[in-house]
Design a protein around this ligand. Structure first.
Ligand SMILES: *Cc1c(COP(=O)(O)O)cnc(C)c1O
Length: 455
């Protein structure tokens, strides 16, 4: 069947808002670990991991077993936020495996099951706890698509979608935004401590330690420490949005652990359930847990299947071995990327990120998107990130083995070389462009509005 026929119902019936099915145009059927298969039986290596929702890979066997057993026994599936055995088990496990060994004292809040709901409730709580209204956020930040989260998200295209003014947020330059020589923590401090800066004390400062959607900008641990101390000094709530960088993505369970900071609120979602099931939690400093009962709620806070999966996924964190493994493989990714950037100066690449969220920012406009599109044709699922989609973003599942990692990196390098070679010869480049455009038009697959947009 032609690609066009296969995608028919999606192009005809599904809203224009769809995006990833444009970047990865096929119909997927099955997945296991770091592999996916489509209706044509083609196999793909996953370097995308559901944007970080599949850190433990697809359909993890032990988690699946727990879920199947729970369903077979008619365990509670939906319960709003009533007390259930599944929730009890998750809370106990989270305390024993994550909080206690780190000497962390947090209360756990279940907002609605999406990341943006965790961010919304964190912002609400910080405002209520401090009685202040504004929130300081950073350039290139991404915190979700509902209005409160959008207000602290940098990307102009996404902000425009709101259709109303987004306010009560103040943007400050993230670490390195103004170059290596400018300490933007000092800049921020000056704004907060000078009574004529025009910036009043905010309720909160919200940040990602590694900006996932904003281009894999990793904040320095020193910088994070300065921001945290600034928050402490002025009783500003520090919210770390660890929705993408948490759950081991950078190595440790929390991305901020190596910085030695203590956020007042930590937002987790994406991989917290371990199986791609919707779940979000906020960790809250008990002193600011000033909610009244039901003041923030939602129908799907009791996603018991996600609790069952999440409790099992924590098995990975019972000791340090998983963290160490991620660090070792993360180094392998780093060295690979460094070498690619050195060997192919034409792409004007810069290595960014940490651990299992690293990538190459390409200085050549449009190149990263082409590399990812070609990689997909070669059987690798990988996406771009950054304001101009200029970063090739590697997000393999954390459980990927050496063979899978090596194969994925090989496909990526081949795609980079092929696209680089097209760059060298402008005549060839134009010809290829025309040819691929012809193919797309002939298959009826691409319409004017079908330009892929990365989420
Ligand atoms: C994905 C993401 C969100 C939003 O999560 P959704 O489940 O898509 O609402 C918020 N913050 C960060 C850092 C994210 O990566």
């Amino acid at each position: 069947m032609s690609l066009n026929r296969q995608m028919k119902i999606f192009t005809e019936l599904e809203s224009e808002v769809r995006s990833y099915c444009r970047s990865f145009p096929t119909v997927f059927t099955r997945a296991k670990g770091y592999r996916l298969w489509d209706v044509n039986g083609r196999e793909f290596i996953d370097f995308f991991s559901g944007a970080g929702a599949l850190n433990y890979g697809h359909n993890h066997p032990q988690i699946k077993e727990k879920l199947l057993k729970y369903i077979a026994e008619d365990g509670i599936t939906h319960s709003l936020d009533m007390a259930t055995k599944a929730k009890e088990e998750f809370l106990k496990r989270f305390q024993a495996v994550i909080l206690a060994p780190r000497k962390m004292h947090y209360k756990i809040m279940f907002p609605g099951p999406t990341g943006t709901n965790a961010v919304e409730s964190a912002l609400k709580l910080a405002r209520k706890a401090t009685g202040r209204q504004t929130v300081i956020c950073f350039t290139n930040a991404f915190h979700g698509m509902t209005l409160g989260s959008l207000a602290v998200t940098g990307n102009a295209f996404k902000r425009q979608g709101a259709g109303v003014p987004l306010n009560n947020s103040i943007f400050m330059p993230f670490d390195n935004y103004l170059g290596k020589d400018m300490d933007t923590a000092v800049y921020l401090e000056r704004f907060l401590e000078n009574s004529s800066s025009g910036v009043s004390l905010p309720a909160a400062i919200i940040l990602e330690t590694v900006q996932g959607e904003g281009g894999l900008n990793a904040a320095g641990f020193n910088w994070l420490g300065k921001i945290a101390r600034l928050c402490q000094r002025h009783k500003i709530m520090l919210i770390v949005d660890d929705i993408q960088a948490g759950c081991g993505r950078t190595g440790p369970f929390f991305s901020f652990e190596p910085a030695g900071i203590k956020p007042d609120i930590v937002c987790l979602s994406k991989s917290i359930s371990g199986y791609g099931l919707p779940l979000a939690i906020n960790l809250i400093n008990p002193e600011i847990d000033v909610w009244s009962p039901g003041e923030h709620n939602g129908t799907f806070r009791g996603n018991n299947l996600a609790f069952i999966a999440a409790a099992e996924a924590l098995t990975y964190w019972e000791d340090n071995s998983f963290s160490r493994e991620i660090a070792v493989k993360g180094q392998k990714i780093y060295h690979f990327l460094k070498e690619v950037v050195q060997n192919h100066p034409e792409i004007q690449g810069e290595v960014r990120g940490r651990g299992f969220m690293q990538g190459i920012a390409c200085g050549v406009s449009g190149l990263a998107e082409k590399i990812c599109a070609l990689a997909f044709e070669k059987g690798l699922i990988i996406e771009t990130s950054g304001p101009e989609s200029e970063v090739v973003k590697l997000m393999p599942p954390l459980i990927i083995d050496e063979a899978g990692l090596t194969e994925g990196l090989r496909i990526l390098e081949a795609s980079i070389i092929e696209e680089k070679n097209k760059l060298k010869n402008p005549l060839k480049r134009i010809k290829l462009k025309l040819r691929s455009r012809d193919n797309q038009v002939a298959s009826g697959n691409i319409t004017a509005s079908d330009k892929p947009v990365s989420a």
